[in-house]
Design a protein. Structure first.
Length: 295
């Protein structure tokens, strides 16, 4: 309990410091330096990560690197821009995005090996590349450096290696530390919990959490895609087909056919996935066909 209290206070102070530093940087905006811009980028991402406005936040980090190419905060945050697009199937060139994300994260670690956020984003890059065990190692290094850190990718990495119990445990811990859920945190944990409960064959809880994910991040159409599959797995095929039709009707649906879905997953070797996840994945693919997703 003492550890939980300390971690929660530390995280709350970190959020407050980030916001306060961004406010002070805004006051100096007439002549900003790299660190000012990096702090403003950090604060802006907390509010806009799941919206189209996040590009403006990333631009602040790009401006910081134009002034100081070795600013580790800006390097780490900008890495997220390129690692999250492949993770959510919205990248125009996944290979190029992951290469750029890895460049940024690796440079940040080289400059400051003790900066936890650099190891966290390196974990995101490794996970998006299908190197899930290595990703977990990188996340654990980040936690060793900053025990109160909230790592967005860790629960999904646990799911992919077939450890849904660990995914739920970490997501719950992170949500206890941050009960008000800054804008970029909640949807990732909700999605991870939905997947974890589905792997555990708890369809009811899986649907509870995917509905929360979809409500928290309506801009991420992939949430609707996953929800339709989970509905079919729960035996609610009429609702699943209706959900899939709504998803396919959106302009920004990243997956429109089963072939596209399989092509997105193909670069990750089968040996990277945990056995429990592979078994679940086969059921999820079968469920997608029941939703009416075209071949």
């Amino acid at each position: 309990m003492q550890d939980a209290i300390v971690h929660r206070i530390a995280f709350a102070i970190g959020i407050k410091l980030t916001t306060e530093s961004a406010r002070r940087a805004q006051a100096r905006a007439a002549n900003p330096n790299a660190e000012d811009l990096a702090w403003r980028c950090s604060a802006a991402l907390m509010q806009t990560f799941w919206t189209s406005e996040r590009d403006s936040a990333f631009r602040l980090c790009e401006q910081a690197l134009e002034i100081d190419p070795r600013n580790v905060r800006a390097l780490s945050h900008l890495s997220l821009k390129f690692s999250t697009r492949p993770a959510f199937f919205t990248s125009p060139d996944a290979k190029a995005d992951l290469h750029r994300a890895d460049e940024l994260a690796s440079l940040a670690i080289k400059i400051d090996p003790d900066y936890h956020a650099a190891h966290a984003v390196k974990g995101d890059v490794l996970q998006a590349s299908g190197r899930f065990r290595e990703a977990i190692d990188s996340y654990e290094r980040a936690l060793l450096l900053a025990p109160s850190a909230i790592l967005l990718g860790l629960p999904s990495a646990y799911n992919y290696v077939g450890e849904p119990e660990q995914a739920i445990a970490y997501a719950d811990k992170a949500m206890r530390l941050s009960p008000h859920m800054p804008g970029r945190v909640g949807p990732v944990f909700y999605l991870a919990k939905a997947t974890a409960f589905s792997i555990l064959q708890d369809d009811e809880q899986a649907l509870v959490w995917i509905e929360r994910a979809e409500a928290a991040a309506p801009e991420i159409s992939l949430m609707g895609f996953v929800r339709s599959g989970l509905l079919a797995m729960a035996g609610k095929e009429d609702e699943a087909r209706a959900a899939m039709q709504r998803y396919l009707a959106t302009d920004n649906a990243p997956i429109r056919t089963m072939s596209q879905w399989h092509a997105r997953l193909a670069p990750v070797p089968l040996s990277s996935w945990g056995l429990r996840f592979l078994i679940w994945g086969k059921k999820f693919n079968d469920a997608l066909r029941k939703t009416g997703l075209p071949e």
